[in-house]
Design a binder for this molecule. Structure first.
Ligand code: FE2
Length: 379
């Protein structure tokens, strides 16, 4: 079946009711990894994250080590188990390196837990107070797709580097930042027929709205297909698109993920920059690998998106994609998976008015992903 591009189905949103789960944004993203020390080095060296805080045996945490790193408003925590019989070790054995926690900043973590669990959310952590010399932090959490959890972090009364249990991490190795500013969105891959149940979860349990939908007609190439719905919280600070595989001639990229991740999980994290050309030039120099976009993509680009501020040749040289919607345009690029398993990858995005997700790029993008999938023998 040839690629088909149809109009996205935008839903009419009813007048906003009181937001029972006011979110201030993404607080941090925690990855369970096989070697947190080396992963932290990779994210510092390749992406320009800065050392922030450390927790491990030296701070009283006997069973695991965690490195918190930060770049502007993006905080990652890299956690590894120190012993085999451990929940983090089990997670890593099953999934390889991957995202365990999508933590959200709230003003009241107790209310966030009560409001979501009362609406059917499965508790992961009852409200818990943590304190040290730098103040008090309250956290709670619920489960979402796969083994991923949302933690609600209330840090109004906490003034330490990260959270109780961590100490400031001073390093003499501090590569400069790359201009990454904040988390734009985090995408989940779920199983066959699981997109709508998880859309309902975000609507019912967390009060999110479905702001955009793409069906298999929108996102299909000659070979494989997927479906996607974008969920957003009330103020738009937190956006979680949910993908599920769709039938195609060959295996969907979402199926490949589900097979190698051994279940549902986070597919990609989009990080925003104010200057994508500078950021991507820097990331490439540091060894970050991006999907290759054929140069023919740029032959008709300006006919499709109209005037853009950036120089076409720079975009072509770096492989940056451009798409326009009613409100402006966006520039985006996707890394290759950052593990040996074809699982988690990153998106770098610069929005110039556009609030959408680059639908006009799906064909070029998914054909690029399929070339990689075919090279792995998984298409
Ligand atoms: Fe994305």
């Amino acid at each position: 079946m040839p690629t088909t591009i149809a109009a996205p189905k935008t839903k009419t949103v009813p007048a906003a009711e009181k937001d029972f789960l006011p979110l201030q944004g993404t607080d941090y993203i925690e990855f369970y990894v096989g070697n947190a020390k080396q992963a932290a080095h990779f994210y510092k060296t390749a992406f320009g994250f800065q050392s922030l805080a450390y927790s491990g045996p030296e701070t009283g945490m006997k069973d695991r080590a965690s490195y918190a790193i930060r770049q502007n408003k993006i905080t990652f925590v890299l956690t590894t188990p120190l012993r085999p019989n451990h929940s983090v070790a089990d997670h890593h054995h099953k999934h390889g390196d991957g995202v365990k926690v999508l933590a959200l900043t709230v003003g009241d973590a107790t209310s966030a837990w009560e409001e979501t669990t009362k609406r059917g959310g499965k508790s992961y952590m009852e409200p818990k107070r943590l304190s040290d010399d730098d103040g008090e932090l309250v956290m709670s959490g619920i489960r979402t797709y796969g083994e991923v959890v949302h933690l609600f972090i209330e840090r109004l009364n906490y003034h330490g580097p990260f959270m109780p249990g961590f100490r400031k991490w001073e390093s003499n190795y501090n590569p400069p930042e790359t201009g990454l500013q904040h988390v734009d969105h985090c995408v989940g891959n779920v199983g066959w027929n699981q997109m709508n149940p998880w859309v309902k979860f975000y609507e019912d349990v967390m009060g999110f709205r479905n702001i955009l939908s793409f069906d298999d007609k929108d996102i299909s190439t000659e070979y494989s297909a997927l479906m996607s719905k974008v969920m957003s919280n009330g103020n738009g600070f937190v956006k979680f698109p949910i993908n599920e595989p769709a039938e195609g001639k060959k295996k969907s990229q979402v199926e490949e993920y589900l097979e190698f991740y051994n279940g549902e999980g986070v597919q990609h994290i989009a990080m925003a920059t104010n200057n994508i050309i500078e950021t991507v030039t820097d990331l490439q120099k540091r060894g970050v690998e991006f999907l290759h976009i054929p140069s023919t993509y740029y032959d008709t680009l300006l006919d499709r998106v109209g005037h853009i501020d950036e120089e076409l040749n720079a975009l072509k040289r770096l492989g940056i994609l451009v798409d326009r919607d009613d409100e402006g345009y966006l520039l985006q690029i996707f890394t290759k998976p950052v593990e040996d398993r074809p699982t988690l990858f990153f998106e770098i995005i610069q929005r110039k008015g556009a609030k959408s997700f680059g639908k006009g790029n799906f064909k070029a993008l998914f054909e690029a992903i399929e070339r990689e999938q075919a090279a792995r023998g998984n298409l």
